[in-house]
Design a protein. Sequence first.
Length: 145
Amino acid sequence: MPSFNLASTELAPRLDGSSAGELIPELVCHGLQQLIELEVAAVLGAERHERSEDRLGYSNGYLPRVPTAQAGDIDLLIPKLRTGGFLPSILEPRRRVDQALYGVVTEAYIGGIFTRKVDTLVAALGVQSGISTSQVSRICQEIDQ
């Protein structure tokens, strides 16, 4: 397993003079990205660029994904596999909104706020990428059922 050395990462220069509030989203992003890389290595049976007879497949680039967490929007790169699909266990399929935002959207819908106005509400909560009206509609359909 690769060791984590903070001094050799791109985060080290940011430690000088940065407040903790600025570093938290970056630390969360970096930590989650490391977990994703370890998980894909376990799925493939080998680390990146490692030659092994036990290797079960190969990755072929990355797909960007921006999940929303309590620390804000997180830019992650999800490895694409040449055969089959890969979704890290830390992410849910087709789910961009975490449970707290899910609760806000449902309460807003129940309170009578239009789906188009929910994006403004979500942006006010600090989620820069917002939420689409189709995502709001899908969430609200679950409530209606």
